[in-house]
Design a protein. Structure first.
Ligand code: PEP
Length: 251
């Protein structure tokens, strides 16, 4: 099964609307289409401007969070329908920063993933172990739980369109990346978990990215691994030059 690699930038809480416009005006005519899918996950306030700026260019826009309800008394939240209405295609769910600082749990990740699919929004579900879990040999156990609980109740058709980002927490924003071989091992394991939860067809289609201090000078090693289908990138996605180099690394 040929899977199209997906390079997604996670801007976190960076860039005003004007900064976001300036960024995409600098990169959009250089974006390769076809062999790589390019996604920019921006703060809510910049999403509509980015959709407008990238109209007719080969890049999709993603949000960094979503609520599971369609509407209601949820002050401060944004629903899947609201994101779809402005042209957002992807949404990051369960990023470790949301798990750590905003009480995201496996249960809310699952609710959000189901709600996203119900509205035609594609989830990028983040999983990954922290340093203590890694050092005590619990990486696979932890990641297995996160994956199984995230996909509970999804149909096979939905699961095929899912993107999973394996992001060891200790590698996010630290400059310490997982070796490509270690990332491959965990990602192959995640693919086998998806096969157990669904079937081999779903497992061969689901895209699984690596994330954690990916930069233009190390991305190739990840892309060469058979089970790694691209990267979710924070810091190195913020500057136009390095973002383009990441996208262009897909051959
Ligand atoms: C992230 O924010 O998902 C991430 C992987 O960040 P960084 O690339 O900066 O480690």
């Amino acid at each position: 099964m040929q899977r199209t690699p997906i390079i997604a930038g996670n801007w976190k809480m960076h860039k005003t609307i004007q900064e976001a416009r300036d960024f995409v005006r600098a990169v959009r005519s250089f974006l390769p289409g076809g062999k790589v899918e390019t996604v920019i996950c921006a703060p809510f306030t910049a999403l509509a401007a980015l959709v407008e700026e990238l109209h007719n260019y080969p890049a999709a826009i993603g949000a960094q969070n979503v609520h599971w309800e369609e509407s209601g008394a949820y002050t401060g939240e944004i629903s899947p329908g609201m994101l779809v209405e402005i042209g957002v295609k992807y949404v990051i769910i369960g990023h470790s920063e949301r798990r750590e600082y905003f009480a995201e749990t496996d249960e809310t990740v699952n609710r959000k993933a189901k709600a996203a699919f119900a509205h035609g929004l594609l989830p990028i579900v983040c999983v990954g172990e922290n340093l203590e879990q890694r050092e005590s040999g619990k990486t696979k156990e932890l990641v297995r739980d996160q994956v199984i609980r995230a996909v509970e109740g999804l149909s096979s058709e939905q699961a095929k369109q899912l993107v999973i980002a394996y992001e060891p927490v200790w590698a996010i924003g630290t400059g310490k990346s997982s070796s490509a071989e270690d990332a491959q091992e965990v990602i192959a394991f995640i693919r086998s978990m998806v096969e157990d939860a669904f079937d081999s067809q779903v497992a061969s289609q689901v895209r699984i990215q690596y994330g954690g201090s990916v930069k233009p000078d190390n991305i190739m090693a990840y892309l060469e691994q058979p089970d790694i289908d691209g990267a979710l990138v924070g810091g190195a996605s913020l500057a136009p030059d390095s973002f383009l180099q990441l996208v262009e690394a897909v051959r």
